[in-house]
Ligand binder design. Structure first.
Ligand SMILES: [Zn+2]
Length: 455
């Protein structure tokens, strides 16, 4: 197959080039390639690598009968939005071996996902028995782990436990992702709100004060320096947090530090909590949406390289479920919002068009960098010979109001109705056509599990 007539995004900007695909892999990228087999006309469009979202929660069971939208629904939105690879999280139940949690998540994804996927492994139990599983899991293609300083009484690790986890991950040659909010501080803020009758969804952000994030970011950076563990702070939502990361990186002996930013912290803000019950419910996520002046600062940090990549933390619940849970108070509402289908078009509309992100940096933060930092180098996130033929055609011109993608009812999406510019028109996954002219044509679960490594 030859994709011709389009432009690719290079370090020096847009360049006209053709992309030749053979047996599901990219064979050549360059000018004047000889036609061979099917010819795709990409005139007027940008030819991009399938985007990589390394922070999603598809079909996540909450243990109370509620699940986030399924793998089939969420991965359909991913493909339609130009994302061909995600990395989700395997979350063990109390006492469950990590390998068993991974098997349980593989059963959710395998045979159900339309896009390719990998798994990070969440660790909430730092007993010797659990930590001893890490080298084996790592050898099986699971090199990234997740620890929480937030969610007291459920997922939260104490500082000593976090350091044990860091030591084990470092020794095995893995990398650690951390949710940095102070669980104790959040729990106290939440109790105060609930005890004084402040149970509405609009109170949610007050249970996640800014100081809780900055305190936890400072602490986790110090712990990583002490243990030498490579660290990615996920969903950094505050300019002050990024300042702490920037400063920590100046230490020449520091391990690898990375910062992730999510779509909703760039382009949505805390005014949604006061915009009525449904809007507030849709915006319940952790860390919460922050004051409006914060987003542009995070975007500048992403452009400057102080933040490394752009994810979504996609964890979409149907509004009905959120509304039902809200009857018991904001603290019972499942946390998360959607974004996997929105990431390309929204970052193009709100970051590239206004000139905040250059085209190469945009491609870098949604494709190349997340793939490389999470162990998918050589396979995903670039248009280069030998890489999987995950290819997106992007038309940068159409202007319209956003309607959430995919088969499911997306009532309550924080993105619905936003004016946007640009559209994913065609997508291939490992050389197979997944989306044609904006419509899903591969609706069978053709995604595969991706073992990852850092070597
Ligand atoms: Zn998450």
């Amino acid at each position: 197959m030859l994709i011709q007539g389009g432009h690719i995004i290079t370090e020096s900007g847009l360049v006209r080039a053709e992309v030749q695909v053979v047996d599901g892999l990219i064979k050549t990228v360059g000018p004047d390639l000889k036609p061979d087999g099917e010819i795709i006309d990409a005139t007027g469009r940008w030819v991009m690598p399938g985007a990589v979202d390394v922070h999603t929660h598809f079909g996540m069971p909450l243990g109370n009968g509620l699940n986030s939208l399924s793998w089939a629904e969420s991965s359909a939105a991913a493909l339609l939005g130009g994302t061909t690879t995600v990395i989700d999280f395997a979350n063990p139940a109390v006492g469950e071996p990590l390998a068993q949690a991974v098997a349980r998540w593989r059963a959710l994804g395998d045979g159900h996902t339309l896009c390719d996927y990998g798994l990070h492994v969440t660790v909430t139990d730092t007993s010797d028995e659990r930590l001893a599983e890490i080298p084996t899991l790592l050898a099986a293609g699971l090199p990234t782990y997740k620890g929480f300083l937030a969610y007291k009484g459920r997922l939260m690790l104490l500082p000593a436990e976090m350091k044990l986890l860091m030591t084990a991950v470092r020794a095995a040659g893995g990398r650690l992702l951390v949710h940095a909010e102070d669980g104790e501080m959040n729990a106290q803020a939440e109790s105060l709100l609930l005890n004084t009758g402040r149970t509405g969804a609009n109170w949610h952000p007050l249970a996640h004060p800014a100081e809780s994030e900055t305190k936890a970011v400072a602490e986790v950076l110090a712990m990583a320096a002490e243990t030498g563990c490579p660290l990615t702070v996920v969903h950094m939502s505050l300019d002050e947090s990024v300042n702490l990361l920037r400063k920590a990186r100046q230490n020449p002996t520091a391990p690898l530090y990375n910062g992730e930013v999510c779509l909703h912290h760039l382009f949505a803000d805390d005014r949604l909590y006061e915009a009525g019950h449904e809007a507030a419910l849709g915006a319940i996520c952790s860390p919460p949406l922050r004051p409006a002046e914060n987003g542009p600062k995070l975007l500048a940090a992403l452009a400057a390289g102080d933040l490394d990549f752009l994810s979504t933390d996609h964890c979409e619940f149907c509004l009905r479920d959120k509304a039902q849970a809200a009857a018991g108070g904001f603290h019972e509402v499942p946390n998360g919002c959607g974004g996997v289908g929105e990431r390309l078009v929204f970052s193009h509309s709100l970051a590239v068009i206004p000139g905040h992100l250059s085209l190469p940096r945009w491609q870098d933060v949604i494709c190349n960098r997340p793939a490389e930092l999470m162990g998918l180098q050589g396979r995903k996130g670039r248009l280069a010979a030998g890489y999987d033929a995950d290819i997106v055609l992007f038309d940068p011109t159409p202007e319209y109001r956003w309607e959430p993608l995919g088969p499911s009812d997306r009532a309550g999406s924080i993105w619905a109705g936003t004016p946007v510019q640009g559209q994913v028109t065609d997508v291939w996954l490992r050389g197979g056509r997944a989306v044609a002219r904006g419509r899903l044509v591969q609706d069978q679960p053709g995604g595969v599990f991706l073992p990852r490594n850092f070597s």
